[in-house]
Design a protein around this ligand. Structure first.
Ligand code: PMP
Length: 354
């Protein structure tokens, strides 16, 4: 295998709660580590899956026509501008493959979504990491200054995983105006549905018309389909077509397409669930600030605890109490918002962990 893979960190998924419960001898553990929503599948989704499963000896629709049209209709864009993939993480990878040759540069803020360095490296591209500001957000001026002749793609993650910070309207516009036309900006809006700050723009509405912007979204978070792997992007037709060209054939399964179509019928229920998560996010943020200073405002379904060198120890102490959170060594801990009971269990664990 390639020698350079040895130096590449693996993507670390959240620990299995069943595994931790077994270790601790508890009936169950609580997982607040992967930014999932704590509610089950949306109404109608399980039935749609069962129906699609009856035809699982057949390949899915490779063009994903019906689902792409449903996304297009709900977003008010043309279906030729939409591509779907096996999670938005796969689409991020396809976008890099569609734009970068070996040695080309991919710029992103750091810390941000941990898949970006892996995606860039496996495509043979060079990662250019721009450190976050002291307020844990993107340093857009520095990102702009990091663009070179080799830059082909920039990831902008808003709200940012794992810090929860989001980019304001004016800052995003200023940044996009500074990016050359031949550099693709991928606006990763995996957590868009949890945004409440009116000063944070909807990237698609505000910038979808730009020729060099691709907006990445997912059904894994607010829409509760993490296990089925459905992400989508909206870009100019030429970019969406390029992604559909480099994609692994049939990567949105028939079951995933059917589940996604059923989920899209449930926008009102999604909004209701998001409102519950948002209320809990704000409650947890206030409570945890009494223990951890400098917790940034979150516009996502998680909060960031900048615990620095104490991060791994804090996460381990929470685990001992049956609550799985996500430490980023030497930097901070990301805690997903769960049900009120799960959040209370986390807050109790945090008090004794600190
Ligand atoms: N982008 C961001 C910022 C994320 O946090 C995640 C999931 N952790 C993804 C993309 C990928 O999500 P999925 O592949 O499930 O759509």
């Amino acid at each position: 295998t390639r020698a350079d893979l040895d130096a590449l960190p693996s993507y670390v998924p959240g620990r299995s709660p069943a595994d931790l419960a077994r270790e601790l001898g508890l009936p169950q553990a609580i997982k607040l580590a992967s930014n999932e929503v704590p509610y089950g599948p949306l109404p109608g989704v399980v039935e749609a899956i069962a129906e699609a499963a009856a035809n699982s000896h057949r390949y899915p629709d490779m063009g994903v026509v019906e689902l792409r049209e449903a996304f297009a209709a709900s977003l008010g864009v043309d279906a030729e501008r939409v591509a779907t993939g096996c999670g938005s993480v796969a689409l991020a990878e396809h976008l890099v493959r569609a734009t970068c040759l070996p040695g080309d540069e991919v710029v992103y803020s750091w810390r941000s979504f941990e898949a970006y360095p892996i995606i860039a490296a496996t495509a043979g591209a060079t990662s250019v990491r721009v450190p976050n500001t002291g307020a844990h957000g993107h340093d857009l001026k520095a990102m702009s200054a990091a663009i070179t002749d080799r830059t082909r793609l920039i990831f902008v993650c808003s709200p940012n995983n794992p810090t929860g910070t989001a980019i304001s309207r004016a800052d995003l516009t200023r940044f996009l105006d500074s990016v050359p036309d031949d550099v693709l900006v991928v606006l990763d809006e995996a957590y868009r549905e949890f945004v409440t700050d009116p000063d944070v723009p909807d990237g698609l509405e505000a910038h979808g018309h730009r020729p060099n912007v691709a907006v990445l979204r997912t059904l894994s978070k607010a829409w509760g389909l993490a296990g089925l792997r459905v992400g989508y992007l909206v870009a100019q037709p030429v970019v969406a077509a390029a992604v559909r060209k480099v994609i692994t054939p049939f990567s949105t399964s028939a079951v995933a397409q059917a589940a996604a179509l059923a989920a899209l019928q449930q926008a009102d229920e999604v909004a209701r669930r998001c409102a519950l998560v948002i209320a809990e996010r704000d409650r947890v943020t206030t409570a945890i600030r009494a223990l951890v200073p400098d917790v940034p405002d979150s516009q996502a379904n998680f909060v960031w605890l900048p615990l620095g060198a104490g991060s791994a120890e804090f996460a381990a102490a929470c685990e001992k109490q049956g609550v799985i959170v996500r430490p980023f060594q030497g930097d901070g801990v990301r805690v997903t918002i769960g049900t009120p009971e799960e959040n209370d269990a986390f807050l109790t664990a945090a008090v004794s962990a600190l």
